[in-house]
Design a protein around this ligand. Structure first.
Ligand code: ARG
Length: 416
C-alpha cells in the first residue's frame, strides 16, 4: 500500500487543489477529511463528492456539530471567553476539534502525515500544527500553501489545467471562516482600518439600526450549562442555534476590532457572534448572582488566561486542561434563569433568579426587613483602613523632617 496523507478539507479552491498538488509532490494517496462544525453553506455530500472528483482516494465527512457545541463551545461559555475582551474565539475553537478528527482519520487510515491549507501569516497554522503535535507527536505536517509555493494564482492554474470541478471565479473579496459559534470576516477593503464594514459583510446578523419589535427571552442554566430557553429544554447545540437566530435577527453580536495575532501581526477583523455574545452575557449575569466574590474575582484572571491559551493554539495543553477543571468547579451552583431583552444590537439582562442565589434580600434592603448589623461596620472600616493610615502617617512624618528619613531624596547619591 502506498503512503497516505490526511488533508483537512473545506471544499474550497485551496484545499481542493491541494489534493492533487500533494499527490503529485509526494506520490502519496490523499484522504480528505471535512468536519461539520455548523458552518452551513454547501451540503456535506457535495463537498465529499468534490474531494473524490479532485482525486482523493477517500473522503470522510464528520457531523461534529453536537460534539463541537458540548466539548468546545460550552467550555468557552464557562470561561466567558473573549480574546482581547472582545473576540469569542470562533476560529480558535473549531481548529482543535478538526485536529482531533484529522488525527483519528490518520490513525484509522494508517497515514503518517497530516496536511492543511493555511498560509504562514495566521493563527490557524499554529492551531493545527501545535494541536496535531500534542495529540499525535508521531505525525508529520505538510502545509503546501505555506511551504511549497501553492499561491492563489498557481492554484487557479492547476485547477484549470486538471479540469477540477471547482468554480474558480466564485472568489469572495473576503476571507471568511464560520461555524456554530460565529463568523469571522477579514481582508478586502476591511484591511484599511478606517473603512467601516458595509452591510454586505454580514450574514449571521440583521442591521441593528432597522426599527423592529424587541424580543424578550429567558435562558435557564444548570451548573453553568444552558439547559432551557423560555422554559423549554434545549441541548447546547439547540441553545446556540436558537440564539443565533433570535439574537441575529436583532443585530446582536457584531464586533469590529484590530486584533493581535500570535505571529506578531495586528489585523482587522469583523465578527458576528449573536448566540455566543448573548449566552456569555446571560451567563455572566447569573454568575454575578451565584458566584462568591473571591471566586468571581479570581475567575476573571482565569478567563483571560484561558482565552489566550486557546487563541494561541494551546487547546490540548496541560495548563488549559487544568483551567478547565477549575472552570467546572467554579460552575457548580451557576443554575437559574436570566431574562433578557434583545433589541437594537444589544442583549440586555432585565432579571435573574436562582435556587443557588447568594443575594440576600434581608441583607441588601434599606427597608424595615434589614437584618444587617450596621454597628459591626464601624470597627470593620477602622481596621480595613489601618495599613493605609499608618503608611500615610509615616509619609507625613518624613516630609516634615526630611533629614531624619532614611533614603530621603536629597541624601541619595550625595557626595558633598
Ligand atoms: N483572526 C481570527 C482567529 O485567528 C479568525 C481567523 C479566521 N480564519 C480564516 N481563515 N479566515 O481566530
Amino acid at each position: 500500500m502506498s503512503e497516505r496523507i490526511v488533508l483537512a478539507y473545506s471544499g474550497g479552491l485551496d484545499t481542493s487543489v491541494a489534493i492533487g498538488w500533494i499527490a503529485e509532490e509526494t506520490k502519496a494517496e490523499v484522504v480528505a477529511v471535512a468536519a461539520d462544525v455548523g458552518q452551513g453553506g454547501e451540503d456535506l455530500d457535495v463537498i465529499r463528492q468534490r474531494a473524490l472528483d479532485c482525486g482523493a482516494v477517500e473522503a470522510v465527512v464528520v457531523d461534529a456539530r453536537a460534539e463541537y457545541a458540548e466539548s468546545y463551545c460550552l467550555p468557552a461559555l464557562k470561561a466567558n471567553a473573549l480574546y482581547m475582551d472582545r473576540y469569542p474565539l470562533v476560529s480558535a475553537l473549531s481548529r482543535p476539534i478538526i485536529v482531533r478528527h484529522l488525527v483519528d482519520a490518520a490513525r484509522y487510515h494508517g497515514a503518517s502525515m497530516v496536511a492543511h491549507g493555511c498560509t504562514g501569516k495566521g493563527n490557524d497554522q499554529v492551531r493545527f500544527e501545535v494541536g496535531i503535535g500534542a495529540l499525535a507527536p508521531e505525525l508529520t505536517v505538510l502545509a503546501p500553501v505555506r511551504d511549497s509555493g501553492m499561491t492563489r494564482d498557481k492554484a487557479i492554474a492547476f485547477a484549470e489545467e486538471k479540469g477540477l470541478p471547482i468554480d474558480v471565479t466564485r472568489k469572495s473579496p473576503y476571507s471568511i471562516d464560520q461555524n456554530l459559534w460565529g463568523r469571522a470576516v477579514e481582508t478586502g477593503f476591511l484591511e484599511d482600518v478606517w473603512n467601516g464594514p458595509i452591510e454586505d459583510v454580514y450574514s449571521y446578523t440583521q442591521d441593528p439600526a432597522v426599527p423592529r419589535e424587541p424580543d424578550e427571552l429567558t435562558v435557564g442554566f444548570t451548573d453553568g450549562v444552558p439547559t432551557s430557553i423560555d422554559g423549554r429544554p434545549v441541548t447546547m447545540l439547540e441553545a446556540v442555534r436558537q440564539l443565533n437566530d433570535r439574537a441575529g435577527a436583532q443585530g446582536i453580536g457584531r464586533i469590529d476590532m484590530v486584533e493581535d495575532r500570535l505571529v506578531g501581526i495586528k489585523s482587522r477583523e469583523v465578527y458576528e457572534c449573536p448566540g455566543a455574545v448573548t449566552l456569555i452575557e446571560a451567563h455572566r449575569h447569573l454568575e454575578d448572582l451565584t458566584t462568591e466574590r473571591d471566586l468571581a474575582r479570581f475567575k476573571r484572571t482565569v478567563e483571560q488566561r484561558w482565552s489566550e491559551l486557546v487563541y494561541d493554539g494551546l487547546w490540548f495543553s496541560p495548563l488549559k486542561r487544568a483551567l478547565d477543571t477549575f472552570l467546572d468547579e467554579a460552575s457548580r451552583h451557576v443554575s437559574g434563569e436570566v431574562r433578557m431583552t434583545l433589541h437594537g444590537g444589544r442583549a440586555v439582562v432585565t432579571g435573574r433568579r436562582s435556587p443557588a442565589s447568594l443575594y440576600d434580600y434581608n441583607l441588601a434592603t434599606y427597608d424595615a426587613a434589614d437584618s444587617f448589623d450596621q454597628t459591626l461596620a464601624k470597627g470593620f472600616v477602622e481596621l480595613w483602613g489601618l495599613p493605609s493610615r499608618i503608611a500615610s502617617q509615616r509619609d507625613q512624618r518624613l516630609q516634615s523632617q526630611p533629614d531624619k528619613g532614611a533614603g530621603a531624596p536629597h541624601e541619595r547619591g550625595s557626595v558633598e
